[in-house]
Design a protein around this ligand. Structure first.
Ligand SMILES: [Zn+2]
Ligand SMILES: [Zn+2]
Length: 287
């Protein structure tokens, strides 16, 4: 659209940013303003090399298990590594909720590009990365019928579209039916780590073991909150004979420092009830 058309349509139909409410001065691909996009919280600085949890301190070079969080030291996850684009907070939290609950499909393209850049971090890994089977974390069919789409699959599709351009040598194949959620799980909110594991036990199965046998798998989801889902899915994929599992999510939930907890003013108005947010937030103790 030319400049005049752009200006006119904005004058006639000013579209507010769905996150902060400001009027977006230009036609944009999604109803989110540039300021909100620029405030998407980046990944934390000192993270566990395995699961991405914030360690809140630089790694000591003398520690043989340097770079691993307490959970990964005590109970190593069945996946090799989990990468994320940013932290599940602020405008990222708002954007993910909009995608999930308001079905704002133009958002998927932008968020998919972010997921693609998280996946591109895996290029540092030794082998298997350029030829992966991409498996979105599935929804239970009841949830799927209610929501109408699986946001993990939508994001994976958009990310693969982007990676085709940025990493033309990679051979990434989407496989959305290989992993199945056979049981609708209860909300994880308020459950202890042990209860979370029990809640997810038997929730997933691999429908076609031949499809994953000896393949390097990239498990994709929108957010990684406690890591329990990523562990449960990876375990089933490994049991079915996968060569390895890596995990990529758009955003990772992190514990907040006291300073962050005080600074909640810039955070966003959401079109979902607070209860939904509470349900998606991780156990503040150990996960
Ligand atoms: Zn905004
Ligand atoms: Zn860890």
């Amino acid at each position: 659209m030319n400049g005049l058309g752009n200006a006119l349509s904005c004058t006639l139909f000013p579209s507010p940013c769905a996150l902060c409410g400001c009027v977006i001065p230009e036609i944009s691909e999604a109803p989110v303003c540039a300021a909100c996009w620029s405030e998407v919280p980046a990944a934390r600085e000192h993270c566990c090399v395995r699961c991405g949890e914030d360690l809140f301190a630089p790694v000591s070079p003398t520690d043989p298990e340097a770079g691993l969080c307490r959970t990964c030291r005590m109970a190593p996850p069945p996946y090799l590594r989990a990468v994320s684009y940013g932290t599940y907070d602020g405008s990222m939290r708002g954007a993910v909720h909009m995608l999930k609950y308001d079905r704002v499909s133009p958002l998927a393209r932008r968020l998919g590009r972010m997921l693609a850049s998280a996946i591109a971090q895996l290029a540092q890994d030794a082998d298997g990365v350029e030829d992966m089977l991409v498996v979105p974390v599935p929804l239970h069919r009841g949830k799927m019928a209610e929501r109408g789409f699986n946001q993990a699959r939508t994001l994976a599709t958009e990310a693969l579209r982007e990676l085709k351009k940025t990493h033309p040598g990679w051979k990434l194949e989407l496989s959305a039916r290989t992993l199945v959620r056979q049981r609708q799980t209860e909300s994880q909110a308020g459950l202890s780590p042990r209860q979370r594991r029990a809640n997810l036990r038997g929730a997933f199965f691999v429908s076609d073991a031949r499809a994953v046998a000896e393949r390097h798998i990239l498990l994709v989801d929108d957010i990684l909150t406690t890591g329990a889902t990523a562990r449960a899915c990876s375990q089933m994929l490994m049991k079915a004979g996968a060569a390895s599992v890596r995990v990529a999510t758009l955003a990772r939930a992190q514990r907040m420092t006291p300073a962050m907890e005080r600074d909640t003013t810039k955070y966003v108005r959401l079109s979902v009830p607070e209860q939904e947010l509470a349900n998606s937030w991780p156990d503040p103790v150990l996960h």
